[in-house]
Design a protein around this ligand. Sequence first.
Ligand SMILES: [Zn+2]
Length: 330
Amino acid sequence: MRKQLIPLLLGLILAVGCGQASRAVPSLKLGLPIDCTLGQDCFVLLYPDRDPGPGAVDFGCGRMTYDGHKGTDFGIPDEETMAQGVPVKSAAAGTVLRTRNNILDRRIQDPDQTTEVKGTECGNGVVIDHGQNWQTQYCHLRQGSITVQPGDQVSEGSKLGLVGVSGEASFPHVHLSVRYQDQVIDPFVGIDAESGCQSPKNPLWKTDLPYQSTGLIRAGFSTQLPEIDQLWSGAFKENTLPVNSPAVVFWVHTYGMLKGDQEQLQLRDPSGKVVANFNQAVSDSQKVWTRSVGKKGTQTPLMPGRWSGQYQLVRGQQILVDHQATVLVE
Ligand SMILES: [Zn+2]
C-alpha cells in the first residue's frame, strides 16, 4: 500500500506545482534607485498611473500621478541639493543597455516648454537589462553625471549618475520605469495586477515602501513671500535674518494636499507671542504647494532673538504633518 501511496502523492504535488507555475513569472526585486532616506531628504512625488482611460489614479487610490505617467518619481528638495550631488543607483543587478548624458538641466516651469524637450523627454537616462525580459530605466539625470556605459555590468546599488532635472522634468528627481516584456509594470503593485487601484498588491520593492501621498518637502524663513519656483531652486535657507529686514516670513513647501485639509501656520516672535496666524481649509487639491505667514518690520526694526514657526496639516482627525522651525533675527 505504501508503494502505491508515494507515486500518488508525488502526482498530487506535481499537479499543484504546475497549477501555480502556469502564471508564475520570474520576478525582479528592486532596491531604491536613489541614495537618500525616503520621507526625510527625498519623496515619492508621482506614482505610475493605473487608470487605463483618460483619468489618473495611483496605486493607493490617490491622485499623485498624471494620465499616462509610466514610472515612479523620487524627488529631492531642491536644485541646490541637486548641485551637491545625489546618486542615482541601479535598482537591481544587470547590464547597461543604453545611456544618454548630454541634455541640459533645465526645470520646466511652464507647460509650453515641454515642446522644447520633445524626443528627449527622459533627459539624461540609463536603461538596464536585468535578464528574463525585465528592464529598468532611469530618467532626468544631471548632465554629464552618468558614469556607466552600454555593456557595463552593474550590481544592485551601483552608482549610475546623479539626480538632475534634464528632459521633461518640473522638479529635480529620478524617474524610474520598470518594464517586463516591454510592458510598464507598477513596482508598488507587481506583475499580475489589473488596472485601477483595488487589485491585490505584490510589490517588487525589497523593502516595504508604504504609500505616502502627503508630506512636507521643506520649510524655512524668508524676508519676502516665496514663490514655488524659488523653493525648487533652493532659495531661502537662511538661519539668520537681519533686524532691519522688511519682514519675517515662515513658509512651507508640501505635497499631496487634498481639498478640505486644514492648514495651520503660526509665527511667534522671540517673546513667544503669536504675531501671525493662518488656519484655513485647502480649497483645491494640489500636488505641490506652498503656504506662508509673515510679520512686517514696518517702521521699527524686528525684535531680535529667535523667532519660531509651527506648521500643522490636519486631515479629519489625523495630523499628517507637524513641523517646527526657528530663525535667529539679529
Ligand atoms: Zn516621472
